[in-house]
Design a protein around this ligand. Structure first.
Ligand code: BGC
Ligand code: BGC
Length: 660
């Protein structure tokens, strides 16, 4: 009779122990412990394989819950245009990210992975996201508060897809517009770029006053880890050739290309991406002096350093020809996480081999892992590893589109307006008999968004939700105004019509990275023909959609007004807001506008400086002139009313003359 009772008691005791085992206190899992204590505790438990896994970032195409689990992968990314499904909804994104995360969480130590994406002008790979102007346009605004708010909105739209990390901002100081990434740079002047690093405060959150310099800061679930890229000198390559060599002395390096990194680090940036380019012949991915010596030791950067996409492969020429050496050189230079992104088995095997051989020291591995874990702990990833749909409604929401529209308005730079200050052409009247809207870029959302928009290279036409400039014009003018749209009208068409005025929207086709390198910098044909034909027959305002200054001087005399609109993104309404005078022009050139490409490179302060429009140039509407306030202009512009106005004002002057 007593026997069964004893066995029951044993069983109970056993069950007790089992449940106690579950509740065993694990220091690194305790959010109340200081971050450094958690890091130390976790690292002390990790095997080499688990550490190397943390140092590995793979493309989503390679990822699955199994892969994450089996190889302890620390990070996954979406490359340009890499999406779970065309036009994927937030819930498709969140499910994908969570599926990979569950694989990571099911490992022995349950270290969450961090998912990263290029949200370089809004969450740009994602269908329906708000696309803000590209950086060159934001540089024209000179408005750090605006850019901080854009950072906040972008963080929310990235979180809407379950993603906690963006490879932005690009803080390149582009010194040559022939570079295909010049639009990713805020300015040729490092001071403007420095100012714009305030986007980090929006993305990651406002850094507390007493925060230790160099230590990453990410405020919480509605913020994302940022990435200052591409360290360093990416914007200074010879002839503006992408991934090429930047030849610069110490003064130039520390005075032009480095300053935005000081600001980013002070603002708590979580990660820094290394540049494909070389510095005075040394590949940045193998540059120990600058990555470890300067960034980590001198500047006290405590976040993690990430390679660029196949960046270590490109240490050798041809790329990947000695991958083991690439791994050795890259990691020993100080790279903490490698954006592999495909061949992760080779990468993991090579790191393992190099550590076992003593070619990469264990202390180097530990430094890398410590930094990666620091970012993950800081941002609360251990506490909130799985995303939910609570941010889903942030994607492309009205307030963000309004903000993007504001950014577009502020980014516009007025380069020409009539032939003298008292003969201004802009703003345009909303009331006119008939207006012509022409040009390859007037009704093309893809073109106005540029590269890194839905696709890596961008696209043409209705690539996502947004407002084209044509639609914006149509909804701005009076109902009675007849808007005619023809992309490239010929002379006969122009002769057989009598337009009150014309708006010609032309520019560059979308491009990204090396494919955007261009030594000619001409606009997409038949853009120049369109300008010639239209502007010879009607009074016209030309709007340029481009990632950089383009050849325009020969056509300048033909046009009444010229506006640089950069790559405005999805909210084309901002262009019409200013063209028609609801808002003024405030943008200032973030770059020097050259006369001809043989002047390049030419930056403000250069001895041979002879620009068409200098750095900082940007006209305002002279509102003191009668009839040039928004409403006044409306009255003024329409053909018949203009005559009435002329007659009335002459009558008035005659009366005044007699009075005197
Ligand atoms: C990827 C991009 C990446 C590029 C680098 C593309 O295939 O989609 O994300 O930047 O390759 O070469
Ligand atoms: C680009 C980076 C980008 C990465 C991931 C690379 O080709 O240089 O700026 O973050 O791809 O898409």
């Amino acid at each position: 009779m007593t026997f069964p009772n004893i066995s029951w008691a044993c069983l109970l005791l056993l069950l007790c122990f089992a449940s106690m085992g579950d509740a065993v206190y694990t220091k690194y899992k305790d959010p109340k412990q200081p971050t450094n204590t958690r890091i130390k505790d976790l690292i002390s438990r990790m095997t080499l394989a688990e550490k190397i896994g943390q140092m590995t970032q793979i493309e989503r195409l390679e990822a699955s819950a199994d892969v994450m689990k089996k190889h302890f992968i620390g990070s996954v990314l979406s490359g340009g245009g890499s999406v779970p499904a065309p036009q994927a909804t937030p819930s498709i994104w969140v499910n994908m990210v969570n599926e990979f995360q569950k694989g990571s969480l099911s490992t022995r130590l349950g270290i969450p992975m961090i998912y990263g994406i290029d949200a370089v002008h809004g969450n740009n790979n994602v269908y329906n996201a708000t696309l803000f102007p590209h950086n060159v346009g934001l540089g024209a605004t000179r408005d750090p508060d605006l850019i901080r708010r854009i950072g906040e909105a972008t963080a929310l739209e990235v979180r809407a897809t379950g993603i906690p990390y963006t490879f932005a901002p690009c803080i390149a100081v582009c010194r040559d517009p022939r570079w295909g990434r010049c639009y990713e740079s805020y300015s040729e002047d490092h001071r403007v770029v420095q100012q714009m690093t305030d986007i980090i405060l929006g993305l990651q959150g406002e850094i507390p006053m007493n925060h230790t310099k160099g230590v990453p800061y990410i405020a919480g679930k509605d913020k994302v880890a940022a990435c200052a890229k591409h360290y360093v000198g990416d914007g200074g390559t010879h002839s503006g050739i992408n991934e090429n060599n930047t030849i610069v002395d110490e003064h130039g390096l520390l005075g032009i290309h480095m300053p935005p990194y000081y600001d980013s680090i002070i603002k708590g940036v979580a990660t820094v991406m290394v540049s494909y380019s070389s510095l005075n012949g040394v590949k940045m991915h193998a540059n120990h002096d600058l990555v470890t010596g300067y960034l980590k030791s001198k500047l006290h950067f405590r976040g993690f350093v990430i390679s660029d996409w196949q960046g270590i492969d490109r240490i050798t020429s041809p790329p990947g020809s000695n991958y083991t050496y690439s791994v050795q050189a890259g990691i020993n230079a100080g790279i903490d996480m490698v954006m592999v992104p495909f061949n992760y088995i080779d990468y993991i095997n090579d790191v393992t081999y190099l550590v076992k051989k003593g070619i990469i020291n264990m202390s180097r591995i530990d430094d890398a892992v410590r930094r990666i874990l620091r970012v993950k702990f800081t941002m609360g990833l251990f506490e909130n590893p799985l995303a939910d749909l609570s941010f889903a409604d942030q994607l492309g929401k009205k307030e963000h589109r309004e903000l993007a529209r504001e950014a577009v308005r502020k980014s516009l730079v007025l380069l020409k307006n009539g032939n003298s200050p008292n003969q201004q052409f802009l703003p345009l009247p909303k009331k006119a008999r008939s207006i012509l809207v022409a040009g390859s870029h007037a009704s093309n959302l893809g073109y106005q968004c540029g590269g890194w928009s839905v696709q890596w290279m961008g696209g043409s036409g209705n690539i996502t939700a947004g407002t084209t400039i044509l639609d914006a014009i149509k909804s701005t003018v009076a109902d009675s105004t007849h808007v005619v749209h023809t992309e490239n009208p010929d002379e006969n068409f122009m002769k057989s019509n009598d337009f009150s005025f014309a708006i010609v929207v032309v520019g560059e086709p979308p491009y990204a990275e090396t494919l955007g390198d261009n030594a000619e910098l001409t606009i997409l044909e038949p853009g120049t023909d369109t300008i010639r034909t239209v502007c010879s027959a009607a009074k016209c305002a030309v709007v340029i959609i481009s990632g950089r200054p383009v050849v325009i001087e020969p056509y300048l005399p033909l046009m009444e007004a010229l506006v640089a609109a950069w790559l405005p993104g999805t909210e084309g309404q901002g262009v019409a807001d200013v063209l028609f005078g609801d808002y003024g022009f405030t943008g200032k050139l973030p770059r020097t506008w050259f006369k001809s490409v043989d002047q390049l490179p030419m930056n403000v302060g250069d001895p041979h400086y002879d620009p068409l429009f200098p750095f900082g140039f940007g006209l305002a509407i002279n509102s003191s002139q009668p009839g040039f306030s928004a409403s006044g202009a409306d009255r003024l512009r329409d053909g018949n009313e203009r005559i009435v106005y002329a007659v009335l004002s002459s009558v008035l002057s005659v009366i005044l003359m007699f009075w005197a």
